[in-house]
Design a protein around this ligand. Structure first.
Ligand code: ME8
Length: 506
């Protein structure tokens, strides 16, 4: 079963930040979960390096766009690695293979009769690389996103007949109600289509930094056309000597933030139709992490900087926090204080301590071997169907809901250990079987939640599974009682150690 998941390709006009980390983390959860289910996964991320956003940022810094791209693409690559993301390839739109393929597809769109020479006059935001209608502008002709004043630009360039795709797009939406998720974003995109589509500039005349238009080398391909095509071009050269297009196209899911909905849910499928290429199965949109909190934290200052958090607390804590704190799909605040609270109460106490207590008791009372027993009915019932629910939530890309299902079972195990008080049972020989049952159930419960948590917190889940002597990650065995006792437990150490406040910078 092929499964192809992508993140947006990020602009190299600045350094990566938590918002970029967020989408990469979410896509990695999907990729890892689907691998657990035995799917043949291809996970793509990368950088968007052409166009005004990058050219102008480079000019401000007095360097070439290529120099800026080279510098920041490395940072985005490092971020993916630091987050423990398992992307199969990292595309850069400056890759010559990508550029050649863009020229090929754009030529096809042209040859299929969807391109004409025209003249554009209107407002253009160089930071968005997007054309704005007057209705979209804020007072003073300002870009609603970047707040900069826009001037009217006039340019002769090549146009893509987007307007002729209004009906095919409406049909696509009618036939495939799951094409865009969640539902509110589907509605938003469909309303945009129904409001009437205007043709789109396919090229820029003044800009030099991009893919030359194949039939008119005085112009470059509009950066969004170039960028969107990354999802398709990457497959043709990601694996040397192989073309993965037949295997992985159409993409299973494009994961994006809400800011770029129109490009992915309207322009992208129209471009593909124009080129005679199948449209992706699904575009899934998440909300915005609101990063503007001013609370101060002892060790993190007042921003969540992904490299710093991963260095101090480890990537798993960051992955967990962003997906737990903000309901996936919606906007929500994140803050260093909120991070530290969840780190301590949930990761260190509820999960980490449960694991270390369980292992210590198995070591102490049962010579380090998980006893053979069966779990009590009420716990089995509370874990019943868990793996299927998690799968269903992840299929709907409801990552916070999936995580919550798992976390409720961790809380359940904590209640169980409190209720049963195995340290009391250990004092009474008549309770030996009962103690066996409690220790077995705790080890089993930890195994099940850790297998399910693995996509979210791969490093910690692996360490824990290794310590309880169970390394099988397959979801088929993620039911309480599927594995018998007898495993030798090992050392775990602190999964989420306490972090002391950093000394303030001098
Ligand atoms: O738009 N919260 O690149 P970009 C959540 N190059 N996600 C956020 C975020 C936030 N505060 N800020 C950014 C581009 N993101 C184009 C994309 S794709 C063919 C071309 C994430 O660097 C989110 O995924 O501005 C958003 O869609 C993306 O970064 C925008 O990244």
């Amino acid at each position: 079963m092929p499964y192809y998941v992508t993140t947006p390709i990020y602009y190299v006009n600045g350094e990566p930040h938590l918002g970029h980390a967020y989408t990469t983390i979410a896509a990695d959860v999907l990729a890892r979960h689907m691998r657990q289910r035995g799917a043949d996964v291809f996970f793509l991320t990368g950088t968007d390096e052409h166009g005004e956003p990058v050219a102008q940022a480079a000019e401000k810094l007095g360097i070439t766009p290529r120099e800026l791209g080279d510098k920041n693409a490395v940072r985005f690559k490092e971020l993916a690695a630091r987050l423990n993301a398992t992307n199969d390839f990292f595309i850069r739109t400056t890759d010559p293979e990508h550029m050649a393929k863009v020229a090929e597809v754009v030529q096809r769109i042209h040859d299929n009769g969807h391109v004409y020479a025209g003249s554009y006059e209107g407002y253009y935001c160089p930071r968005c690389a997007d054309f704005k209608t007057e209705a979209e502008l804020e007072e003073g002709n300002r870009c609603p996103i970047h707040k900069i004043e826009l001037t009217i630009e006039k340019e002769d360039n090549w146009f893509f007949r987007l307007s002729t795709f209004q009906e095919p797009l409406e049909r696509l939406y009618a036939e495939r109600p799951g094409f865009v998720a969640p539902q509110n974003r589907y509605n938003e995109a469909l309303a945009f289509i129904k409001s009437g589509l205007r043709d789109l500039s396919l090229s820029r005349a003044r800009l030099k930094w991009g893919v030359p238009v194949p039939w008119d080398e005085s112009q470059v391909v509009y950066v969004w056309i170039d960028a969107l095509l990354n999802y398709y071009t990457a497959l043709s050269y990601a694996r040397p000597g192989e073309d993965l297009t037949d295997m992985f196209w159409p993409a299973t899911v494009h994961l994006i933030g809400k800011d770029i909905l129109k490009f992915h849910a309207v322009i992208w499928p129209a471009m593909l139709m124009a080129a005679g290429i199948e449209v992706p199965e699904k575009v899934t949109i998440h909300g915005y992490l609101l990063l503007g909190e001013h609370k101060m934290s002892k060790s993190l200052g007042n921003v969540i900087e992904p490299f710093q958090v991963a260095d101090i607390y480890g990537p798993d804590a960051l992955r967990f926090y962003v997906l737990r704190e903000v309901s996936f799909g919606a906007d929500g605040e994140v803050s260093p204080e909120g991070f530290e609270t969840r780190y301590t109460t949930e990761l260190a106490n509820e999960y980490g301590n449960l694991a270390s207590r369980t292992l210590a008791m198995i070591e102490r009372y049962r010579d380090g071997v998980v006893p053979s027993a069966s779990a009590p009915d009420r716990l089995t019932a509370d874990f019943e169907g868990l793996a299927d629910v998690v799968k269903a939530r992840i299929d709907e890309v409801e990552l916070t809901a999936a995580l919550d299902e798992i976390w409720r079972r961790i809380k359940r195990l904590n209640r169980y250990v409190q209720d049963e008080a195995p340290w009391q049972l250990a004092k009474d020989d008549a309770e030996a079987d009962h103690l066996d049952q409690v220790l077995y159930t705790l080890a089993e419960g930890l195994r099940v939640v850790s297998v399910l948590l693995h996509p979210f917190m791969p490093g910690s889940a692996e360490r824990l599974l290794e310590a309880i002597g169970r390394e099988d990650l397959s979801l088929d065995a993620a039911t309480l009682g599927a594995v018998e006792g007898g495993a030798k437990v090992g050392e775990l150490g602190q999964l989420f150690p306490r972090v002391e406040a950093e000394a303030p910078a001098a």
